[in-house]
Design a binder for this molecule. Structure first.
Ligand code: G16
Ligand code: MG
Length: 217
């Protein structure tokens, strides 16, 4: 039976995906090219350095490790400027109500984010205490689509993968959950999140009961 819900951060709890995109776009523009929203789908859930590599390949650039570290730091500074203005008003619609149901149902919760900024963002939106376990970019060696971020979350909660449901908005994140042996709820479009076991537009349109019913067959 299902004992735990594991949540991605960006695009599930809070819409920081737009800020990552804006900061990467600014960086690409300074390097003399552009990135589209469609290209950005590939970056969601992917680590900072792997994202930079994808962007540089897209622009046809090959740079030294020193230069890449400099660019990644620059992007993070712009990103931090954007997220520093966030408050609890930035929590995505349906999240507080869904979390109330999760607690009511007695389920465990974990955050599964590859972002090194995740604890700071939780602090800003007042959700630091909302999770029983927090796995962030500082605790893992492999980003999504590797399942590490979710298998570590399950291990920290003391549950098996088959007892977990993952909530993800990214293609790489859905793949990570599936590779980890978990039931995955995709939040977004079913045309994009084709690997998910269940897809809904957002947490606002789901109830915990619906998820448990689908995941328990
Ligand atoms: C997030 C974002 C990615 C970002 C990554 C690393 O992952 O979706 O776009 O590149 O974290 O973030 P940072 O540069 O802050 O360490 P997730 O797993 O929360 O979707
Ligand atoms: Mg995400």
């Amino acid at each position: 039976s299902i004992k735990a819900f594991l949540f991605d951060l960006d695009g599930v709890i809070v819409d920081t995906a737009i800020y990552h995109y804006q900061a990467w776009k600014r960086l690409a523009n300074e390097l003399g090219f552009d990135i589209s929203e469609e290209f950005n789908e590939q970056l969601k859930g992917v680590s900072r350095m792997e994202s930079l590599d994808l962007i540089l390949a897209h622009g046809g650039l090959t740079l030294s490790d020193d230069k890449k570290n400099e660019l990644a730091t620059q992007k993070n500074q712009w990103y931090l400027e954007l997220v520093s203005r966030m408050t609890s008003d930035d929590i995505l619609p349906g999240v507080p109500a869904f979390f109330a149901q999760v607690r009511q149902a007695g389920l465990l919760t974990a955050l599964g984010s590859v972002s090194k900024n995740a604890p700071m963002i939780l602090e800003r939106i007042g959700m630091s205490d909302a999770f029983d376990a927090i796995i962030d970019g500082t605790k893992i060696s492999k980003g999504k689509p590797d399942p590490e971020v979710f298998t570590k979350g399950a291990a920290e909660l003391g549950v098996s993968p088959a007892e977990c449901v993952v909530f993800e908005d990214a293609v790489a994140g859905v793949e990570a959950g599936k590779r980890g042996g978990m039931f995955v709820v995709g939040l977004g479009s079913s045309d994009v999140l084709t690997q998910a076991d269940l897809v809904a537009p957002s947490l606002e349109t789901l109830t915990v009961e619906q998820v448990l019913e689908k995941a328990s067959v």
